[in-house]
Design a protein around this ligand. Structure first.
Ligand code: SAM
Length: 236
C-alpha cells in the first residue's frame, strides 16, 4: 500500500477514507494484521493495523522489509493520446521501470492537456501492483522544445522514428554503442512527428533515431516496446 507519510519504526500512519475502505472493507484486514507499505522514498516497511474504522483508521510502522530500489535514470516522454491509452502508457512505463514520465506537446499531439493527478494515481497503483518501492513522477504537459532543453547534452534520447526503415542500424546496436547514463525514450503522437520536428531531432547529437521494426506500432505499443528494448540492453 502506498502512503504519503514519512516511515520510521513506531511511526503512526493515518489512513484516508478510501484506504480504510480498501483495507478493512475489501481486503478484510483487522486490528493486529500486518501489511507491506511504502512511500516512494523510504523503501518497503511492514506496518500493523492499529485502528480499523469504516471511515478511517491507522497503521503503526514496525520495521523496514526492503530498501528503496531506484529504477535506472530513464525518462519516458510521449505525446498523449486518448485517455485510456495514456493511462495505459503511464501504468506500463511504471512497471517497466521509468523514473519519470513526461507528456509532451508536439505539433500533432492529439490532446493539449492531461490530468496529471489521474496519471500520478495510475503510477502509484502500478507501483503497488508490481511490488515497487519507487513511484515515478508524472510531469505536467511539457512542450517538445522544453523537454529537449531539459535533456540538454546530459541525457541521451532514444528517438523512436517510425519513418526509418528496417535497413537502418538495429535499435539494440544503437543503444549499446551509445552506452549507459541518463536516457529518455521519446514516442510521437498518432500522427507522428512533423517534418520540422523530425529534422530537428535528427540534427541533435544526443538524440539517437531508432526503428522499432517494419510495422507502424500504435503509440502505446511503441512505448512498451521501446522501454522493454532499452531495459534489455541498458537496464540493471
Ligand atoms: N505517423 C504515423 C502514421 O500516421 O502512419 C504513426 C505514428 S505512430 C502511431 C506513433 C509513434 O509511435 C511514432 O511517432 C513513433 O514514435 C512510435 N512508433 C510507432 N511505430 C514505430 C516504429 N516502427 N519504429 C519507431 N517508432 C515507432
Amino acid at each position: 500500500l502506498f502512503l504519503e507519510h514519512p516511515m520510521a519504526a513506531g511511526q503512526t500512519l493515518p489512513l484516508a477514507k478510501e484506504q480504510a475502505h480498501y483495507l478493512f472493507g475489501v481486503m478484510r484486514l483487522a486490528a493486529g494484521d500486518r501489511l507491506p507499505v511504502f512511500n516512494g522514498q523510504d523503501g518497503e516497511w511492514i506496518a500493523e493495523v492499529a485502528e480499523a474504522g469504516k471511515r478511517g483508521g491507522s497503521l503503526t510502522c514496525l520495521e523496514q522489509s526492503a530498501p528503496l530500489r531506484l529504477p535506472p535514470d530513464l525518462w519516458l516522454a510521449f505525446a498523449p493520446i486518448k485517455k485510456e491509452r495514456t493511462d495505459f502508457i503511464t501504468e506500463k512505463a511504471t512497471e517497466l521501470g521509468a523514473a519519470r514520465i513526461i507528456p509532451v506537446q508536439t505539433d500533432f499531439t492529439n490532446s493539449a492537456r492531461v490530468n496529471r493527478d489521474r496519471l500520478q494515481a495510475h503510477a502509484v497503483e502500478a507501483a503497488e501492483q508490481c511490488g515497487g518501492t519507487f513511484v515515478p513522477e508524472v510531469a505536467g504537459m511539457t512542450r517538445l522544445g522544453e523537454f529537449l532543453d531539459a535533456c540538454g547534452a546530459q541525457r541521451q534520447i532514444m528517438f523512436c522514428d517510425e519513418t526509418l526503415t528496417g535497413e537502418t542500424v538495429p535499435a539494440r546496436q544503437v543503444l549499446a554503442e551509445a552506452g549507459r547514463g541518463p536516457w529518455a525514450v521519446l514516442i510521437g503522437p498518432e500522427g507522428g512527428f512533423s517534418q520540422e520536428e523530425r529534422d530537428k531531432l535528427h540534427a541533435l547529437p544526443f538524440a539517437h533515431p531508432v526503428s522499432l521494426g517494419p510495422r507502424i506500432l500504435r503509440a502505446d505499443t511503441a512505448a512498451v516496446a521501446a522501454l522493454t528494448l532499452w531495459q534489455d540492453v541498458l537496464g540493471d
